[in-house]
Design a protein around this ligand. Structure first.
Ligand code: SAH
Length: 242
């Protein structure tokens, strides 16, 4: 189904899921005839001008179904930049959860496989992968603590209660120089994971970081950090297979 994004000059976005009918919003409505436009501007019946375009990946991503808590985009961006994944990368992610991380990775990588132990979350992540049109992402109903089928991987990402249970399996599945990245909301989890890596000879520990994003208000001379921000999401620990 064709969809559109409408955007105000202040950056407020509206996702029009179905362009076959008029779209009603706080500024009146945009007629279905105008919604056929793929670029430029449209006017509501009350005269408000809005930008119109086809949704990008990140516009669609904001509309995904939510099951378990998803990884924030600031953390996803950091994982991608640190590991340098790209169009030739083969990746494994677990647990898939809502599919936020594995879908984002699949938008950049060659092939992504994700494991999810719970069937209800498997269905949510599969729904999201289809909604985003990702053909290079396979989501399996599997317990990663039991092992990893895939071999020669460039990156394994973990968002799990006990990531240290995966280190041995990851060692067999990663290629030399491949990355193992674990995301944990609490320090005891990050600590136990880092110590599990440090005990071994087949991994090098790179670093543990948290990413803090502070948004600013930019309006005339009212230029200052916004009063509200997300205080904490999670810790990211990076290791490399030797
Ligand atoms: N990173 C995901 C969210 C993951 S939430 C996102 O961005 O959307 C953690 C998920 O791990 C949950 O869905 C949970 O069911 C799953 N999980 C927990 N233990 C697991 C295991 N042993 N194998 C596979 N998945 C597991």
């Amino acid at each position: 189904m064709a969809s559109r994004i409408l955007i105000t000059r202040e950056g407020k976005r509206y996702f029009v899921k179905d362009i076959s009918k008029d779209y009603h919003m706080e500024y009146g409505f945009i007629s279905k005839v105008d919604l056929k436009k793929k670029q430029g501007q449209v006017k509501t019946n009350t005269g408000t001008e809005l930008g119109i375009f086809e949704p990008s990946f990140s516009d669609l991503y904001r509309k995904i179904k939510r099951g378990p808590q998803i990884i924030a985009r600031k953390d996803i961006g950091f994982i991608m930049a640190e590991t340098g994944i790209g169009k030739n990368s083969v990746i494994l992610d677990s647990g898939a959860g809502s599919g936020a991380l594995c879908c984002y990775l699949a938008n950049y990588a060659k092939k992504v496989t994700a494991y999810e132990i719970r069937e209800d979350f498997l269905n949510i992540s599969k729904y999201n992968a289809e909604f985003l049109g990702l053909k290079n992402l396979t989501i399996k109903n599997k317990d990663i603590y039991q092992g990893i089928d895939e071999k020669n991987l460039d990156l394994i990402t973990l968002d799990l209660p006990e990531p240290w249970n995966v280190v041995e399996h990851a060692s067999k599945a990663l290629k030399s120089g491949g990355y193992l990245v674990s995301y944990s909301p609490t320090i005891p989890q990050a600590m136990d994971f880092a110590n599990a890596i440090l005990e071994r000879k087949d991994f090098a520990i790179i670093k543990t970081s948290e990413v803090i994003e502070r948004e600013w208000e930019m309006e005339g001379r009212k230029v200052r950090p916004k009063s509200r921000m997300i205080g904490h999401t999670g810790f990211l620990t990076f290791a490399r297979k030797i």
